[in-house]
Unconditional design. Structure first.
Lengths: 244, 51
């Protein structure tokens, strides 16, 4: 197998150039997908027989929650790659994921609370799903705090990577909390074994929203990764060309 | 139109929820671009000081 692509991923100028070229395109497709999915979810999809129009909150809540978990998983994988292969770019990528993931955890919690009030009669319960998602927010904050607190970049990389990898145990706990314990939160309707339990007219805007959020995440990570690389590689010769 | 905004009476929860989601989307783009612009500025200043 040809491993050239993997070795190239270890080269900051190569990754910087790749991010510069691709982020606008990926971001553009993401914006288009999100706008079409919003129209599909808010206007075209029929109302739910039980939750009426309140169900439409799924189009912003579920993709936010998905992104909060995807960002953490990506961060932990990047951190592990950074530790195993001593790849600085991977540590930078992990660091780029954290603030985005933290913000979308806030969005998932906030939109969930706004959905919980009319459906459950309360904004918050100390339920396994809600509590483990709140813990995810603290893990993101802990990761960023740890990186900020250690001055030596290499030590910060190592410590924060170990922290990210240990914390990843919370990801399956969040995902399966609704199956493992009694929960007010409904079970998975799309990402489950077998077919989704959602009508096609309601489903396509949601799937498109997942695609849009995933591409959006990729685009924003690439922008943040460029900033991380510039700060880290301050004395490298390629930086002069990159900021010219 | 007003029926659309009322959302069966759930509009009071639904619209803030969408505003929060879209707000976080826009905010993250702005924060990322600002972080990149600041990093570029820092790098330029350092290069100028060296030369």
């Amino acid at each position: 197998m040809n491993w050239t692509w993997f070795h190239r991923l270890g080269s900051p100028p190569h990754v910087y150039g790749f991010a510069e070229r691709w982020a606008p395109w990926i971001g553009g497709v993401a914006a288009l997908a999100i706008v079409v999915a919003l129209y599909g979810g808010l206007v075209l999809a029929p109302e739910d027989y039980q939750q009426k129009d309140a169900f439409r909150m799924v189009y912003v809540h579920a993709p936010s929650a998905w992104l909060s978990l995807m960002a953490y998983s990506t961060m932990a994988v990047a951190a592990a790659v950074g530790l195993i292969w001593r790849m600085k770019v991977a540590h930078s990528a992990a660091a780029a994921c954290a603030p985005i993931g933290a913000w979308f955890t806030v969005a998932a919690l906030g939109t969930g609370m706004l959905w919980g009030k009319p459906m459950w009669g309360t904004y918050w319960v100390w339920d396994p799903r809600l509590t483990s998602e709140l813990l995810l927010l603290f893990l993101y904050i802990g990761y960023m705090g740890l990186r900020a607190a250690i001055e030596d970049p290499q030590k910060a990389d190592k410590a924060s990577a170990v922290f990210a990898i240990v914390g990843v145990v919370n990801v399956p706990i969040i995902k399966f909390s609704v199956n493992w314990w009694n929960s007010l939160h409904q079970e998975a309707t799309v990402m489950r074994m077998g077919k989704p339990t959602m009508n096609g007219d309601m489903l396509w805007p949601l799937l498109l929203m997942f695609v849009g959020f995933s591409l959006y995440f990729a685009a924003v990570v690439l922008i943040r990764l460029r900033a991380e690389l510039l700060r880290r590689e301050r004395s490298a010769s390629w930086v002069r060309e990159a900021v010219a | 139109m007003s029926k659309f905004f009322a959302m069966d009476g759930y509009g009071v929860y639904l619209w803030p929820s969408f505003a929060l989601g879209i707000g976080v989307i826009v905010l993250n783009v702005i924060l990322a671009l600002r972080s990149l612009a600041a990093a570029k500025l820092e790098a330029r200043r350092r290069l100028e000081m060296r030369s």
